[in-house]
Write a new protein. Structure first.
Length: 97
């Protein structure tokens, strides 16, 4: 038989050689570096609904940046004159002044 979680339960653990405090409460999880006030909070609703996994995937994609598109291959229509006209349009807004 399991015990109902009515009050916060604190445990110390080591991650990457650094001490953290994990608090499990009826609201969710809170992981804080030892001696600090702010850390990582995760509600049970976010964990169960999958929002936590989505947030983790988003954070990883932002941290890693966009995929490298590789070298640019010039199109057959790219001539020096057309590239110069595009550059001029970008510098001055649009071609219709």
């Amino acid at each position: 038989m399991t015990t109902k979680l009515n009050a916060p339960l604190k445990r110390e653990l080591t991650i990457g050689g650094k001490p953290y405090t994990l608090t499990t409460s009826p609201e969710g999880l809170n992981l804080v570096p030892k001696g600090r006030r702010k850390g990582y909070r995760l509600s049970w609703d976010a964990l169960v609904s999958g929002d936590a996994a989505l947030a983790t995937a988003l954070a990883a994609s932002v941290q890693n940046g966009p995929l490298d598109p590789g070298p640019r291959i010039p199109r057959a229509s790219d001539s020096a004159g057309e590239r110069g006209a595009r550059t001029a349009r970008r510098r001055h807004g649009s071609a219709s002044h």
